[in-house]
Design a protein around this ligand. Sequence first.
Ligand code: NDP
Length: 489
Amino acid sequence: MVDTAEAEQLLRRGLRSRGRGGQGSEVTSGPAHTHTAMADGIHGYSELTNSSYFLTFKRFFNMTVVPIFLISFVPNLVILIWYTVMHCQGSYLKMAEMFQGRTTLAGLRDIWAMVNYPTTPIVAIFVGYCLYALVMMKVLPGKFVKGPLTPKGNVPVYKDNGFLHYLVTVAIFWGLVVALRPYGLSPSIIYDRFDEVLFLLNIFSLVFCALLYVKGRVAPSTSDSGSSGNIIFDYYWGMELYPRVLGFDVKVFTNCRFGLTVWALLVCVHAVKSYELHGFVDSMFVSCFLQLLYLTKFFWWEAGYMSTIDIMVDRAGFYICWGCLVFVPGFYTSASYYMVGHPVHLGPALTALFLVMGAASIYINYDADDQKQLVRATDGDCLIWGRKPEVIRAKYRLETGEEKSSILLASGWWGVSRHFHYIPEIMLSFFWCVPALGENVMPYSYAIWIVILLSHRSFRDDTKCANKYGAYWQEYCKKVPQKIVPYVY
Ligand code: NDP
């Protein structure tokens, strides 16, 4: 723990450095930093406002070129997943043949030409589900919980009814499977027409993000909003940290009640389709079971999710909203989507091994998230691995200049490495991909993606925390030098 006198001295130094006109966002300038970087995330506006020629180019590249590239390119990714599964027997090599001897654009154009426009049943299911989820957000009971203090000093309040929403939704799904069967109706229509689903989700999310941009400009919900001065970047990154429309929190809807719930429902759809085609398949069972266990854990812990980067840092723009509305349903589900057409019989030994290893990884990931929450909820008055936790009582400043304090846990999983919980997160995803065994790389897409995402995220979070906590974060880094992998990295 940082000694109080030392902390006060560091705090005074931090104040002096701001007195000299700094933003207080340099790690070395003292602990009581302004909260600007937290407000703006890794794509912070403040770091992009330097007027040198190089930084002007960097600013143009980061705030215009990269967003335009991502907005126009990433919608293709989910279509490529669909094309690989439905037209290339799940082989990326076969998919790549579409691009041989021609431009990427020509290949993409021909793939898109195979995608069907959304038909009435798909549009009806989508609209029906969105309305259902919105109603459930309001009517299901739940305690009101406070989110983390924002850079502008606001404290968002959330209704903690995610777990109930998840259980009720999955139960209704299986109820409908049974009830509709005698009429020859099956949710496997969603698997059969997934191209229509992805087309619809892409169009919806592009329009939805445009509406969020307009709302952020003309009627922001809170003071945690603002423009970078670049319309493209504002569309991409978002204007508001937690916009609300008619009392509905937009990010709770897009991230939790749509993205992660639809992920669970699609996994159930894959299970139904696989059963219709092949009867019981143990590899599909393992993959679906682990994904659903992971999502059950997520919704059980949903209030804790409100203190993560997705909510505290990422504004409601294309980056996070397209990700949750399209990429999660279209890409995160890719392992079981692939397995529908590739039934593998694992046998009892491998089935048990993958289930146990996957469930253990889910537990460790949950436990790490829980330790962080517990130590803050009890102000450090708890036991972590049977001992008093080692904590750093860190000070920081809001954009308003108000000084605040928080706790950094430096023992338990958070003493092993600074983002140790990412290792079980990677392992658990591997265990729901590996039942597909070795015929193709495609079912491992999610596991590969999560390695990239979490490596990048560890940098984003370290940057955010270094800017927020300054010397206190350095103190933590000294105590816990490794970013993710103990003794290695
Ligand atoms: P984290 O749980 O790592 O939370 C990051 C925040 O926690 C920091 O910004 C800081 O916030 C606080 N913090 C950092 N270090 C400490 C510490 N030592 N003690 C106490 N608080 C600390 O956020 P993530 O969003 O990355 O992960 C949340 C969960 O979601 C994890 O289980 C992760 O594996 C999972 N995840 C899953 C993804 C997927 O796509 N499947 C993607 C990303 C994450 P503060 O400002 O409050 O101090």
